[in-house]
Design a protein around this ligand. Structure first.
Ligand code: NAP
Length: 337
């Protein structure tokens, strides 16, 4: 193992041990009060994951929540108390994910989990697909798709595929997006990751039928979190690359900034938390796909109900992509020489 990887692993283990036994924060290894209400949620440091953890704890669930920074582990432990156990891992670190699953297993004393919420995710930034560095595309797919499979594989025995455990099989809730069902220009990598997650969820839902483990796609529309700012902040400065797409990307950023500053554009993360509680707590079979979005017409019905060519027209109009680009005849003729 490379030295950097060893240090990283050591840090993760050390961080895990310290966060469990930290005297200031208090031990987080108390008895789990409601063993039939234990949920693993990834990415609880902020945004939707934090909102989901908070809502579920209000419903007396015990949350094993994944964070990447020890400071976040301590902060959340102090806020949520005994109903929360931090798990320190990066979803792309397979070994750390497996260690966390083993730790949760040891705390579950032979019971199944109530659920797994695969929430952690990123947006690598607005960019034209033609210009997108492949390293960014790989990172987008690694975190939002491959890692979701890794986490799911690690926790599946605790959700119902280990036939020696007791209780009701758990549910898997995958945090997709409305953009997993249609794609806005310059957001293609993000949409590809969520469309992949939708496909993975559908296959898994069918494969897990015999085990009674429901797999659910949660597809939020705009929710007020840091990810929207990240999409803009992480954007490649295309104008510096002299790209033919730079002007379009600049306008897309402006559009995004304008639209997201409109009142009512976003919903709060607690809306997702409450919906997730209802799904987890219901005894009936959940729907395969829940869309939870403000501006239903603009964000869901319009883009998914109408024929794609009509939607193309409207999307291209909004993103200033309708008019053919002016070609310089002299450049064209030089190329032909
Ligand atoms: N906000 C929306 O409008 C919206 C809409 C549809 C879907 N979603 C989805 O909702 C999920 C949560 O996003 P959010 O909007 O709540 O954004 P957010 O506030 O940025 O939260 C992202 C969470 O994921 C964690 N994370 C990122 N990379 C990780 C990694 N490699 N390993 C472990 N954890 C990692 C972050 O942890 P750190 O603090 O350590 O970075 C953070 O806790 C994402 O899957 C996103 O695609 C969001």
């Amino acid at each position: 193992m490379a030295q950097g990887a060893q240090e990283q692993e050591g840090w993760l283990l050390a961080g895990w041990q310290r966060s469990k036994y930290d005297e200031d924060a208090g031990p987080s290894l108390g008895v789990i009060v409601n063993i039939d209400r234990v949920v693993v949620v990834t990415g609880v440091s902020s945004g939707i994951g934090y909102g989901v953890a908070k809502s579920l704890i209000a419903h007396q669930c015990h949350i094993f929540g994944s964070v990447r920074k020890e400071a976040d582990a301590k902060r959340l432990q102090a806020e949520f108390g005994d109903f929360f156990t931090p798990l320190l891992f990066d979803v792309t670190d397979e070994q750390a994910v497996n260690r966390a699953a083993a730790e949760v297993r040891s705390r579950m004393k032979g019971h199944y989990l109530m659920g797994l919420v695969n929430n952690a995710g990123i947006h690598v930034g607005l960019d034209a697909l033609a210009d997108l560095p492949l390293a960014k595309l790989r990172k987008q797919l690694d975190v939002n798709l491959i890692a979701q499979v890794s986490v799911t594989q690690a926790f599946l025995p605790l959700l119902g595929t280990d036939l020696t455990l007791k209780g009701k099989p758990g549910k898997i809730l995958n945090m997709s997006s409305i953009y997993g069902s249609y794609t806005l220009p310059f957001c293609t990598a993000y949409s590809a990751s969520k469309a992949g997650l939708n496909a993975m969820s559908e296959g898994l839902r069918r494969e897990l039928k015999p085990f009674g483990i429901d797999v659910v796609i949660i597809a939020p529309g705009p929710i007020q979190t840091e990810i929207w700012g990240d999409a803009i902040r992480n954007a490649e400065p295309a104008e510096q690359k002299g790209s033919v797409f730079s002007e379009y990307v600049r306008k897309a950023r402006q559009l995004s900034e304008r639209e997201t500053s409109k009142p009512g554009w976003f919903w709060e993360p607690s809306v997702i938390g409450e919906k997730i509680w209802k799904i987890l707590n219901s005894s009936s079979t959940p729907w395969p796909h829940y869309v939870i979005t403000p501006n239903w017409w603009l964000n869901w019905f319009g883009p998914t109900f109408f024929p794609r060519d009509l939607v193309d027209k409207e999307v291209c109009r909004r993103f200033r992509l309708s008019r053919p680009i002016k070609r310089d005849a002299s450049i064209g003729s030089k190329k032909e020489e």
